[in-house]
Design a protein around this ligand. Sequence first.
Ligand code: FES
Length: 573
Amino acid sequence: MPKRPEQLRSHRWLGVNDLRAFGHRSRLMQMGYERSDFAGKPVIGIFNTWSDINPCHAHFRMRAEEVKRGIWQAGGFPLELPAMTLSEPFQKPTTMLYRNLLAMEVEEGVRSYPIDGAVLMGGCDKTGPALLMGAISADVPAIFVPAGPMLRGNWRGGILGSGSDTWKFWDEKRAGNITEADWREIEGGIARSHGICMTMGTAATMTAVIEAMGFSLPGASSIPAPDSNHPRMATASGRRIVEMVWEDLVPSRILGPAAVDNGIAVHQAMGGSTNGIIHIIAIARRAGIALTLERFDEMSQRVPVLANVRPSGAFLMEDFYYAGGLRALMAAMGGLLDGSCLTVTGRTLGEGLEGARSHAHDVIRPLSNPVYPRGGTAVLHGNLAPDGAVMKPSAAEPRLLAHQGPALVFDSYAEMKAVIDDEALDVTADHVLVLRNAGPQGGPGMPEWGMLPIPGKLVRRGLRDMLRLSDARMSGTSYGACVLHVAPEAHVGGPLALVRNGDVIAVDVAARRLDLLVADEELARRRAGWVPPPPRYGRGYGAMFARHVSQASDGCDFDFLAPGARTPEPEIN
Ligand code: FES
């Protein structure tokens, strides 16, 4: 039974005949709208994370107009609401510090204004999870318009991938294998168009996961940003959100445990970014689903990596789109997904996959010939990570998946950076590089420092991977034997705080173990002498963040944003 106009949220602002509604209507007319433009129509808030400082969303000004076109076509009333942009390349110390702030902005933006439905325009790393978390908490109909990947990078006829090739050629430059002039040419060729990183970074991972959970039109996340299919998808999303309002198709009807599992399964099959684990936990918990790290490990045992995309594979997101995109990947996954889950289309996930198939079996592999036989995630536990740590085995050199070596410990990124290229640094290929105080509170915000650089003297001798361990995150475009998200973090007294240079660290990915081979009595002695560091921030948002953020294993959300407690609709008087 579709909603009636007087059941719209916005009716309280615009549809009644009182002094306040007169004010609201007259102010819309102040902007040149006729009463017939909005009377009795769903008001759609377009949360647009466009900004001059976000290259991945440079096309969103135009796309917002295309979304509006669809909203008008379907009989809705669009209102664009600029939302905080989280620009991965520029925002420091890390966009992750601000993910929850954007989520709050969306939730409160919906709640405090006459919004009946929301279009969520995002893509660059944390924007997608943030927008969706806010919409889940607000629980008004919401559709996600993904920014789409940028085109392949190019250098002298060769293909360049976001992030991955930056790290790769930086090491080649440090090793003296390319010149400064080469490096500058690469700088001008690696990001050729607007759109998100075209490797399997956090953005490509999360836009796919959000689609798999049911929040985008089928196939939307794979369309390259400059492709003409992209504006058509934006317009279709605008049309669809209006229908969703009449159908009252709210996030709580879409996101149940099976839809979350679909998101995790796609995360694994894509060889997705480790950052995705934190975001999926946070998204699920906003919906009241008690997701833990263990579910990722379980799903990882069942779901192989099928997307042959860098850094786990060979191709880029543009190739992935031409091979059939996410619909083809999900079709190839077959029974690993629950096709009965409802999506924003009002139809099931399975119905949205009808006719989908891979057009390039080297890019989107069949189950019979995966890129990697297990999923992209290993969750490790042990005396160094009682609450867990994660690793992406598919992006590491296999010899390092079972390794023991002496620790070389850095207390901060600055300390590491100051000495890492020093020829006198006492380090061998067997060492385990440890970075601590880079977690949710220590970073703060868990900066993407987890892919510690290989020490310069080892790079010059040809070494390209070694075991690294931290309470930080790493970019999804990064690679290597990096154990990340160690929880609890060192800054709050996790065991990582007790490691000393020369202690032996043992990693056994097959056994899912991460251990510090130091006697319990010695660790207890060290703990007794441990002094908590002072808080990073004395005031402001940073202080609030530190007081309320959870550890990586719990999704790094704020405790006061957990679902359950009552949040009233605003009084209109
Ligand atoms: Fe924006 Fe990678 S920097 S998606």
